[in-house]
Design a protein around this ligand. Structure first.
Ligand code: 9D3
Length: 259
């Protein structure tokens, strides 16, 4: 996979690619990386990259001109001018990134990642060059670089190894639930013991305990995953029964509290 980052702060992404994690992938030939600094494509003497929005409003927008030149230099093609690398704009108003999107993007041979700054970019750049607008979640970052790195990280790791069907399934959020808690040595840390069942060697009890914990944790932290899983019939009968039982137990605890 070849990643080309187009940004006003390429040093942010450079730093990540200099880290041992990404340096290894580059050395192994799994990924290629370059970053283009949009400012170098601003031609006026001040190298301006932003201006006020037409129609008024707060803040500044990224100018179309330097952005267009940077994207052309990156190898981006305008819409309807034949095939070119996929252009992704990282934007707070994009589609939220998920594992299915990461898998799809990992299938490309090249990605151009456009990082925004200021309040946004001139719409004509999006209309002419951008294939996907992607967000990394509902919170505000100061610019798109960290989001681009999240997307790079989520995609490059899928190229690393042969993905067996088993690990693919595991990656789909372990069947729609969060992971169970895990423990390694020592048996007692501070005042806390490793749950007895994990030391028992009783594989069926361990499997059952882990499933219970997954349901418990998902109900508490990601009730939306339970909802989706039920709608899409992702859960087997055993899981459905545990969900029902934990829900009932939670209701009873609430009732107790109200008495
Ligand atoms: C007033 C409207 N703001 C949108 C919420 C303006 C704005 C805030 C922050 C415009 C750009 C940014 C910088 N953020 C990104 O470029 C960004 C982002 C993010 O802030 N959150 C989640 N995903 C992403 S992807 C790119």
């Amino acid at each position: 996979m070849k990643y080309t980052v187009v940004s006003l702060f390429p040093e942010v992404c450079d730093a990540y690619f200099a880290s041992s994690i990404m340096a290894r992938a580059v050395k192994a030939g799994i990924v290629e990386y370059r970053a283009l600094n949009i400012r170098e494509f601003a031609l006026d003497k001040h190298r301006a990259c932003d201006d006020a929005p037409y129609g008024g409003g707060a803040g500044m927008l990224m100018l179309a001109d330097p952005l267009g030149r940077a994207l052309e230099a990156a190898g981006a093609r305008k819409a309807n001018t034949g095939p070119g690398p996929r252009v992704v704009c990282l934007s707070p108003s994009g589609r939220p990134l998920n594992q299915a999107m990461a898998r799809e993007l990992a299938g490309e041979s090249e990605l151009i990642l456009l990082c925004g700054r200021y309040e946004g970019i001139d719409q004509r750049i999006i209309d002419l060059y951008v294939d996907d607008e992607i967000s990394v979640g509902d919170y505000v970052l100061s610019s798109g670089e960290v989001a681009a790195l999240a997307l790079i990280d989520a995609t490059y790791r899928l190229l690393q190894r042969v993905i067996t069907p088993a690990s693919l399934e595991e990656e789909s959020f372990s069947g729609g639930l969060l992971e169970y808690p895990q423990y390694t040595r020592p048996e007692v840390y501070d005042t806390l013991r490793v749950p007895e069942v994990l030391l028992s060697g009783h594989h069926e009890n361990i499997r059952r305990w882990r499933l219970e914990k997954k349901v418990e944790k998902t109900l508490a932290l990601r009730p939306d995953l339970i909802q989706t899983g039920q709608e899409r019939c992702l859960f087997d009968e055993e899981t459905c029964n545990i969900i029902e039982r934990k829900r009932l137990a939670a209701c009873q605890r609430t009732d107790e509290g109200e008495k």
